[in-house]
Structures are given as C-alpha cells and as structure tokens.
Ligand binder design. Structure first.
Ligand SMILES: NC(=O)C1=CN([C@@H]2O[C@H](COP(=O)(O)OP(=O)(O)OC[C@H]3O[C@@H](n4cnc5c(N)ncnc54)[C@H](OP(=O)(O)O)[C@@H]3O)[C@@H](O)[C@H]2O)[C@@H](O)CC1
Ligand SMILES: Nc1ncnc2c1ncn2[C@@H]1O[C@H](COP(=O)(O)OP(=O)(O)O)[C@@H](O)[C@H]1O
Ligand SMILES: [K+]
Length: 515
C-alpha cells in the first residue's frame, strides 16, 4: 500500500534512529534537490511497458478523490503548463471515465510539454475529455470539487507567482468547493513552507514520492489541509539524506515505580516573573510539576514587596530567591516574564547551571549582549546542556536578521542557532522545529492556532523543563520533541472537544495533564 495519510498522523509513533533510508520511512522529509534526485532514479527504474510516474501519480490522485470526495460530480481541474498539470490531467481522464462532469482548464501548450505530459494530454483527448484554455468559461453548473495542478515543485521560489496564475489562485480561494492539491498547494515553496506571493488554500494535499518539509512548517499547515503521501510504488536502492523528520507522538515511559521518591525526578527552578509578569513564571512552574519534576522552585525577579510568595492553587510550588538555591544541582527554566532584570542573573546561571532552558526575555537579553553570547557558547564544551525556545522574533534577534528571514527558512534558522550556540533549538510557531547541532531536525506535527495566545510559550518552557528533570536519561532532542508534541496535542484535543477560540494558558496545563 503506497498511499498513506501523514497529517493528521496515525496514532503510532515509529522512531527511526537511522535517517538515511529515505522512502522506507514516510515521516522523513526531502528537499526539492533530493526529490529531483529521487525522481531521476525513479524514472530510470521504470521499465519499458510499465506505467510512468505521472500515470501513477494521476491514478493515485483519482483514487484519493474517489475515496475522500465520492459524491463530487462536478469537478474543475486546474492544470498548469508543467508536470504538475500533467498529473492533474491524468486524474481528470480517470474521473471523466468514471462518469464525473469534469472541466479542465489547461495552461500548457503542445509546443512546451514534457513527453509524459504529451502522453497524458493525448490520452485524455482520446477518452473524449476536452482541455480548455484559460479564457473559456467554466460550464459546470455548480463546482463541487477543484483540483489544483497549477504549480508543484517546479515553482521558482524567488519569483512571485505570475499575474495569470495569481488570478486563478484568487478565484479558487474564493469558491466554496473543497480543493485537492496535487503534490503541493500551488504557491507553497516545498523546501521552506513560505509562500511565493499567493497560494491555493487546499483541503487535501496528495504529495508524491517524498514528503516535503514545506507542507509541515511555516505556512504549510495552513494551506495544505490533510496531507497524504503516495510513494508511487517505487522501491529505490540508493539512500538519500533527508532534510528533516516529522515528529508525530510521544515515546512511552514506564509508570513511576513504587520505590521512587520526589528526589528521583529532580528539582526544577523557574527563574522569571519580573514586575507585572509574575504569572508567566507561575505558569511555567505549574507546567513543570505537571510534566513530572520532583520539586519545583520559583525564583521571582520582581522587586515588588507585594509579590506573591504562595501559589494558592498550587501550594506545592516553593518560592525561593536564586541565592537560596543550589544552581549547580537544578534543571532551570529561565526567561518566563523575566523582563530586563534577567540580565543580572544570567551570567551565574550560564556559568553554573548544568541543564538550562532559555526562553523569552532571557533570549532577548542574550541577543543584546555579546558577553552573554560568549557565556552561552562556552557551555557545551564544559558539558553543560542548553535548550533555547525562541519564537520567530526572538530567533530573529539572536541572529540579527528579520522575522521574515526566519519564517522563510525555519529549518535553516533552527539549525544555525543550534550550531552557533551549541544547544538544542526549539523554534516555535506552526510546525515547531527541534534542531540540534548535528542530528536530523524534527518538525512537530501537532498544535494549532488555539495556542496563539499569551502564556502558552511559558507553559511550554515549564513543561519541557519538567520533562528534562523527570527523564534526564532520555535522548534530549527526543525528550524535547515529545514535550512539544504533547503541548500541541493538548490544543488539538481542545479543538476536537468543540472549542473554537484560544486555549488560555492556564487551561492548557489542565489539558496537558489529562492526556
Ligand atoms: N518529482 C516527483 O516526485 C514527481 C513529480 N511529478 C509531478 O511533477 C511536478 C513537477 O513538475 P515540473 O518540474 O514540470 O514543475 P511544475 O511544478 O509543474 O511547475 C513548472 C511550471 O510552473 C511554472 N512556474 C514556475 N514558477 C512560476 C511562478 N513563480 N509563477 C508562475 N509560473 C511558474 C513554469 O513556468 P516557466 O518557469 O516555464 O515560465 C512551468 O510551467 C511535481 O510537483 C509533481 O506534481 C509526478 O508526475 C511524478 C513524481
Ligand atoms: N498557530 C499555531 N500553531 C501551532 N502552534 C502555535 C501556533 N501559535 C502559537 N503556537 C505555539 O504556542 C506557543 C506560543 O509561545 P510564545 O509565542 O512564546 O508565547 P508567550 O510568550 O505568550 O508564552 C509556542 O509553543 C508556539 O509554537
Ligand atoms: K499544485
């Protein structure tokens, strides 16, 4: 069975430590250059008389449409001039043979067709299916389904979508009928998930041969809908390095053993909560205890005498000053609502804390101070481990680039930060990336816009720190990826329960705890 749904994923989590056998693992993601290599090899592997890759792709598309949209009778197929359009034309011919009312708008011309597209066009016409130029009117009474075969991996990323295609994309996005995208929603850049200038908003995307990272991060999730992969029955021999891997679940842990005690799960401190932002530190601390830490301390940075010294809803949290804590024995989350005060405590934390997660204001302080950057870089060689959890603006500040530059190259940005500072980088946002200096980057698949509300990042920081403290022997990248996945999964369950608005950060903790 070569077709499978990647997103939302099936509940099981296959963990592959060896990332070099592309196609054996549907969760490995390939960039366009690799996809083209795979395509070349796949084309060479097709024996004379066997169906071509385009025929397989078009037939897979037809099967998916018949399964997902069986009642759609009136179908508008938008076929571009390249092979993406060829795939759509093959599917259109099958749909026509199945008795559907199919209207094909084709932007290609006989003078500029690949040989596979030439065959697809000829076969469609032989089957009695007309291919209409753009200026002819769509005659379908009421369109029930659209097939977007305008642009695939051949989209030139550094040039805006042409006016003609942009107008078609605008028309598609205005119509109420669902859209099935061929390989990629047209306009989405396969390698990054950025959009060229406009993009088809698909309900379902069927991608071919290899899954592409752009479907899963940046704008990808918003434009791709449900994502399916068809490997076109290719069994390829040569290994290709993937660019990233999807992270789709949580690794199982044995239940807490009978003979454990609070000391078995480590101590966490949350350093943050400057004036008027104490809530951020409380959120992180509550999340840390929920994630499994044995004891959780809160070190508030506020100087206000009115600052809280007890969380009445979570009296298990202990309020201490940093001076009262033994930094060298703790797992610390620093930054949650920490304001500018954090710059004063960071040097000591960076020098002494063995397991340090840096978020928000801690990252902003480091971005603004070369000496702090040196201290951060010095940690890895001294066997001290760091996780940073920037959102795109914090990542931009750390690298002195723009948010747009971050969002148009999220995988590269996360890897650069991990390598530059010798840490694990959790680059937040839709399709959160978990990068390390050397391992393959992971893209988290869970989560949704309900998380776009203040404080959910503080909850993530605390949750990850709590997991780190409770499971110190688990491979850190996987540990952090599991925590990121749980955080997103809580928001997915919240939506599945029928909520449509934002998920308040304090409630997010409750949803994390009732997984
Ligand atoms: N590899 C695989 O796994 C397999 C690949 N297969 C399929 O082939 C697809 C790739 O086909 P492809 O190479 O022909 O490119 P494609 O996406 O049709 O785009 C080319 C067209 O887009 C146009 N164009 C480009 N940029 C533009 C812009 N900014 N604005 C406007 N136009 C722009 C460009 O025009 P030009 O640059 O020539 O002016 C040209 O007309 C792939 O996605 C998959 O569906 C399957 O059949 C089998 C397995
Ligand atoms: N649209 C979205 N899809 C998936 N995750 C999201 C989305 N918006 C926000 N999130 C997640 O919510 C959290 C927000 O963190 P952050 O921006 O630091 O917020 P704050 O600083 O207010 O706590 C991150 O984990 C981020 O990945
Ligand atoms: K497309």
């Amino acid at each position: 069975m070569s077709m499978q749904r990647l997103c939302p994923p099936a509940p099981s989590l296959p963990v592959h430590e060896d990332p070099f056998l592309l196609l054996d693992d549907p969760f490995l993601l390939a960039d366009t250059a690799t996809t083209r290599h795979v395509e070349t090899q796949a084309l060479a592997a097709v024996q004379p008389g066997e169906t071509s890759l385009m025929q397989r792709a078009g037939h897979a598309l037809y099967r998916l449409i018949m399964a997902r949209y069986p009642h759609a009778q009136n179908i508008w197929v938008l076929a571009g001039a390249g092979n993406n359009g060829g795939d759509a034309i093959v599917a259109a011919a099958w749909l026509h043979k199945a008795g559907k009312q199919v209207h094909v708008t084709w932007l290609g011309s006989p003078a500029q067709m690949s040989s596979d597209t030439t065959k697809a066009v000829a076969a469609a016409q032989q089957a009695g299916l007309a291919l209409h130029p753009l200026d002819s009117e769509v005659t379908l009474p009421a369109i029930e389904l659209m097939i977007d075969g305008l642009l695939g991996i051949g989209l030139t990323p550094d040039r805006p979508v042409s006016t003609k295609i942009a107008q078609i994309i605008a028309a598609i996005n205005q119509l109420p009928a669902p859209v099935v995208a061929v390989d990629l929603p047209s306009g989405l850049i396969a390698d990054t998930g950025a959009i060229a200038s406009c993009c088809v908003r698909a309900d379902t995307t069927l991608t071919f041969l290899c899954a592409k990272p752009g479907l899963f991060t940046a704008e990808g999730r918003a434009y791709s809908g449900e994502i399916w992969l068809d490997t076109l029955d290719m069994a390829l021999s040569a290994p290709f390095p993937p660019v990233a891997r999807l992270w789709t679940g949580v690794l199982p842990h044995p239940p807490r053993a009978h003979n454990t005690h609070k000391g078995s799960f480590g101590d966490v401190a949350v350093v943050g909560g400057a004036d008027s932002m104490t809530g951020a530190a409380i959120l992180a601390a509550r999340a840390a205890i929920g994630a499994g830490a044995g004891r959780v301390y809160v070190s508030l940075l506020t100087q206000s005498p009115a600052a809280i010294a007890l969380d009445t809803l979570h009296p298990e949290l202990m309020f201490r000053t940093i001076q009262q804590l033994d930094i060298s024995k703790l797992t610390i989350a620093c930054g949650c609502g920490a304001g500018q005060e954090v710059a004063h405590v960071l040097p000591e934390l960076l020098r002494k804390c063995p397991r340090l997660l840096l978020d928000a204001d801690a990252l902003n302080a480091i971005a603004a101070d070369a000496a702090l950057q040196q201290l951060l870089k010095a940690r890895a060689p001294m066997q001290m481990t760091t996780v940073i959890t920037p959102h795109p603006l914090e990542a931009a500040r750390l690298l002195n680039i723009t948010v747009d530059q971050v969002q148009t190259s999220r995988l590269k940005t996360a890897k650069t930060l991990a390598q530059h500072f010798g840490c694990i980088c959790v680059l937040k946002g839709s399709g959160t990336i978990i990068a390390t200096p050397r391992q393959i980057s992971l893209i988290n698949i869970s989560g949704n816009g309900a998380l776009a509300t203040a404080g959910t990042g503080d909850v993530l920081a605390g949750w990850l720190t709590g997991r780190w403290s409770a499971f110190p022997d688990e491979a850190l990248q996987h540990n952090m990826a599991c925590g990121v996945w749980q955080h997103g999964d809580a928001a997915d369950r919240w939506q599945q329960a029928g909520h449509t608005g934002p998920l308040p950060a304090s409630q997010l903790i409750d949803w994390l705890l009732c997984a």
